[in-house]
Design a binder for this molecule. Sequence first.
Ligand code: XMP
Length: 521
Amino acid sequence: MTADHDPTARPVLVLDFGAQYVQLIARRVRERLAFARIVRHDITAERVRQLNPLGIILSGGPASVYDAGAPRCDPGIFDLDVPVLGICYGMQLACQAMGVAVEPAPAREFGRAELRVVDHGAPLFLGVPERSQVWMSHGDQIPDAGPDFMPLAATHTCPVAAVRHRTRPIYGLQFHPEVSHTPHGTTILGNFLDRICGNPGDWTIGAFLERAVASIESRVKPGERVVCGLSGGVDSAVCAALLARAVGERVVCVFVDTGLLRLGERESVVRAFGGRHGLELRVVDAEDQFLDALAGVLDPQEKRRRIGRVFIEAFREEARSIPAAHYLAQGTLYPDVIESGGAPDGPTANIKLHHNVGGLPSELGFELIEPLRDLFKDEVRGLGLELGLPESLVWRHPFPGPGLAVRCLGEVTRDRLEILRKADAIFLEELAAAGLERQTAQAFAVLLPVRSVGVMGDGRTYDNVIAIRAVETDDYMTADWSRLPHDLLARVSTRITNSVKGVNRVVYDITSKPPGTIEWE
Ligand code: XMP
């Protein structure tokens, strides 16, 4: 797939005014089987016309329309006869562009409010009860819809909480339909997409798969081969299976065994890919190189740097030995593309750049293939299932690139890794047995660099401490610790202290992010 997006699906453009919720809006649109694309707020009306969208959504944002330098959109987009839905700041901007006054609200409204629908025939509110809960977060508001707009709904403090233009397909919502605190929000967004934009609902995973396969087939010429790094995680696995579907035996997967993997991880990758899907799997045994490079290193950032360097060396050496290798496939996802500023017409990079962005350096000399760059994580999982990957792989929790090294606090040695690996496996096994694996976004054990006094049998022990951590999150930017049942924690603790030699104490991490991070290093 080339750097540009799927040209065959008509997009719904989500103009980004800096909203915290912009990706959530796009995901909600995708749930209605429409191809949401997040674009810069100042995209020109001409470019919008070229993209031939089904509809346009103006996101919320932190600014006030009165701020100097407040982000605006090209007013020409209101003349394109394409349906527009403004959300919060987006509604104020659309109304202001149409000559309606926006004013500071008497009191800033933040949190739950009761919405009262005043125009019961409005297509936007079909199926929404007369009174329902919505989520508000605004300082400005529209006191009077004026002659060109019709008010559709109100709250106690906000007289115009939803509007539509009388003659143009322009709509506005002062509240946030995309968040779960607005229980009928998906109905309202669905009405906008299906009834107002005429959404054909053709952005399905099956259709995506067909188009992606066709695109890869036409790009990779006979005789050329594609190298695909497998990490054991969902994204690279789905990427590999997709490539295999498209170009079969011309895909060579490289899996680097760093010696920093979870228990049974290498075996599960070999089981899922070795000899299946028609692709060739090469496993690089690099444990010694990694452990040598980490010997005596305590600093977390230094561990990461060394692991990154050794990984590139090991990968490069293997890739060089693959004849006719022309392409490198990576499982980059849409949020990474958006956040790194790499999306065509997309917003410029923001502060959310984080570890998972990047990957192998460009000087490896391959052309990149990134077939998942239009997809969110849940869509990648759907694609994995469509491609026949096992559920255990598709629902795997994310695992950091540096692996167990950043969970083995202090020095990384074979013996310490062994302790950690066993404790981690017990925790994950018990979590799965309790049916709680999918409720947690990430769960793992950490080996602490301290020892504690204990008593076992008749003797005093002075042994290692294992911390266990489980978190719930949608975006990994913020997270809450999981309220796991006490009897589950008790089983985990008993099993670890009884069967992992060298551990006499287990503690549970009850820190949210912020102030903690998900990983300990
Ligand atoms: P933190 O610890 O920053 O982690 O809250 C957020 C998410 O990123 C993962 N993570 C990493 N992933 N390389 C990666 O590929 C890294 O160095 C790294 N550090 C953290 C972490 O597991 C969580 O999912």
